[in-house]
Design a protein. Sequence first.
Length: 316
Amino acid sequence: QGRKLSDALRISAYVFSTGLLLFTALVNSVSWLMPNITLGNFWQTAWLEFYDYMEGDEWTIFLVGAALVPALAFWGFNGILLVADITGKPTFITRYRIQLGKNDPVDRKKLCKAIYTALGNQFFVSFPMLVPMFYVMKWWDNTFSKELPTFQWFLVELSVFTVVEEILFYYTHRLGHHPLLYKHIHKKHHEWTAPIGVVSIYAHPIEHIISNTLPVMTGPMIMGSHIVSVSAWFSIALVTTSISHCGYHLPLLPSPEFHDFHHLKFNQCYGVLGVLDFLHGTDRMFRQTKAFERHKVLLSLTPLSESIPEPPKKDE
């Protein structure tokens, strides 16, 4: 087992490093073709105006960028989903439900508990963790620069953030499924076998620190990223994990089939991108299901549960 794990880690490192080199080469090619691509004069001007309005108060700027903006993105997106979860309307959204017949409508008591826990994790776990992060970012002496990063550099950072999150989340998440830890910590998150968006941060506080928050925070701390990049990344991470948990496979959005299957079966699909699951063989059952066939971006208005239906049961 130790040798298999070592081989898998070596392959993972090769895959990630190769992907990062190719991505960097692509970014450099784009830079050569369009050397003036930046985050734009509009954003640069807006940032300077905001910086001046805050009188350069780095702590306040950090709180707005790393806490307030991502929180608004999370609750704004989930607020829309909660309307469908609670009322079953609009019906055009509920047609795209992955686990048909589940959360239709959602259990109100269970939902209130999930919202209460999610808010608690944000206010009493995530926000306090920003304090040590703030001092790490100040040490880099770049986070509050008056000059925004170029668009190309932000793309490079985004690729690093994604790789770091995938590695840390996969292994900490899989560790949480160890029998000694699962019943005391990770079982709380799996009370929802058919998840909804807000459940993405419905977890035991220890899990929220180790598996939810640290994998997302580590990338920007390694890179010494600008607060605008940090704010964008935190918002993207919160919205994408909400999509993974939302229970709806909606048109044009990333497929949530992978993580929804994890909640359904518990011992499959531990990661975010699925690369480490493929290398470790923790997606074999998933690959044999209709859910795997549906695991793609929906480009039509026909729900994939209709275009790729489950096979009829034998007794039917």
